[in-house]
Design a protein around this ligand. Structure first.
Ligand code: ZN
Length: 341
């Protein structure tokens, strides 16, 4: 279990431990600014992200968008306190019509996107790539447990905005996220290309719930011309969301800036405490036995339609692994002998 480390507190009074200057990729760093009732997580992704995006050889804008979705899912999925999955899924009318990120607790990531290459244009924003549709976030706690799904509309303004809308409507927790994806070139123009990403999630969690009231974004059903019902936001949250708004994309993806330094740079005046980080890996959960079990659950007729050149082959959309079976290998359990190796 990952446990909190209270002795890592960084304050002016106890300058025992300076923030680590060693950057760590593929990791999530939880932190807390208790003076402002803020909790947050910062993630930096390097090889894990590069592995997922390179396997599919996505065009740059698609890679960037899927990278943002991966960062968002990592920030949210890494908060799961139980064995389960956090699944972020977008279905839209945009050039990237479908994307999915599957975060399996405690640390495994996989993702893919479907896109129409003919509709991709230079300089398209993530919002334009997604277009209109919806974003679903599912928490799956396993076979016997309930499944939770929250949905939010995508209206062309991208994943950060959709996440804010989600937390405002569904969770009613004042929340801000920042997502950034970049490409790193090593050895000049003809050199090796690598994907990097970073993101931060900040939430206002005061003990007194009335302090978490939020300004209503829409006047709702009020008659035309009515001023929106604006509630004053808590000063601590105004300060917190102003601070996270200053984080630049380059800071989030800078391979030489450690996560601890970045968090400290933002919140040191209020005192920030970091907790033990969590490493994440790009690893698909598909396997030959799983694919075999899936095929066995199909009807004989469906399987017969899958036979090509005498074999049934199934390609995992997440990791592009292909599994091949001879038709006799995957007969229904009832018709199956004990002789399969
Ligand atoms: Zn796979």
């Amino acid at each position: 279990m990952v446990s909190e480390s209270p002795d890592m507190k960084i304050t002016a009074e106890t300058p025992i431990r300076a923030p680590s200057s060693i950057p760590v990729d593929d990791a999530v760093l939880p932190f807390e600014v208790s003076a402002l009732d803020l909790r947050g997580r910062l993630t930096r992704l390097g090889p894990a992200l590069d592995d997922i995006l390179t396997k599919h050889d996505y065009p740059t804008p698609v890679g960037k968008l899927l990278g943002e979705a991966i960062v968002l899912a990592t920030l949210l999925g890494s908060a799961l306190k139980f064995e389960g999955r956090f699944i972020l899924q977008a279905q839209t009318d945009g050039p990237v019509s479908f994307l999915i990120v599957d975060f399996k607790s405690p640390d495994r990531l996989r993702a893919y996107a479907r896109y129409d290459a003919r509709r991709l244009k230079d300089g398209q924003s993530s919002g334009a790539l997604l277009g209109k549709g919806h974003l679903a976030m599912t928490i799956d706690q396993g076979a016997d447990m309930s499944r939770y799904q929250g949905m939010v509309a995508l209206d062309g303004s991208g994943l950060e905005a959709a996440a804010h809308e989600y937390f405002l409507r569904s969770e009613q927790i004042p929340t801000r996220v920042r997502l950034a994806v970049g490409e790193e070139w090593r050895g000049g123009d003809g050199g090796k290309h690598r994907w990097r990403a970073g993101g931060m999630l900040l939430q206002f969690l005061p003990k007194a719930p009335e302090r978490a009231r939020q300004a209503d974004l829409h006047p709702g059903d009020a008659p035309e011309g009515t001023a929106p019902h604006l509630l004053p936001e808590d000063d601590a949250w105004v300060e917190g969301r102003s601070l996270i708004a200053t984080v630049a994309d380059i800071e989030l993806i800078d391979p030489s800036l450690s996560s601890e330094r970045l968090v400290y740079r933002l919140f040191h005046e209020r005192g920030v405490r970091v907790f033990r980080g969590l490493d994440v890996v790009a690893e698909c959960s598909c396997s030959r036995p799983n694919v075999e079990a899936m095929l066995k659950s199909f009807s004989q007729d469906d399987r017969d339609h899958m036979i090509e050149n005498g074999m049934i082959s199934v390609t995992c959309e997440f990791c592009s692994s292909t599994y091949r079976f001879a038709p006799g290998e995957v007969e229904n359990a009832a018709a199956q002998g004990e002789d399969d190796a």
